[in-house]
Design a protein around this ligand. Structure first.
Ligand SMILES: [Zn+2]
Length: 74
């Protein structure tokens, strides 16, 4: 297979707190290796929320010609 390269840009992906709709969630502690459960907590209101196999904030890379797609909340 030939090597291909393309320019990408980093984007920060954050999750806005479902509790106060203002703060951003930050992962707390380690992801559970078995279940993938990852606890998060809001930096403003301390609301706790668990995601599976997902962490916020995180950096994703998007092609320069790609639009940023809004993700739907899990
Ligand atoms: Zn909050």
């Amino acid at each position: 297979m030939p090597v291909v390269k393309r320019l990408v840009r980093p984007v920060e992906v954050n999750y806005i707190c479902d509790g106060c709709s203002q703060g951003m969630l930050e992962h707390a502690g380690e992801m559970d290796a078995q279940s993938g459960a990852q606890e998060h907590r809001c930096m403003i209101c301390d609301h706790r929320q668990t995601f599976f196999w997902e962490r916020y904030p995180r950096i994703e890379h998007v092609g320069l010609d790609e639009d940023l797609l809004e993700e739907t909340a899990p």
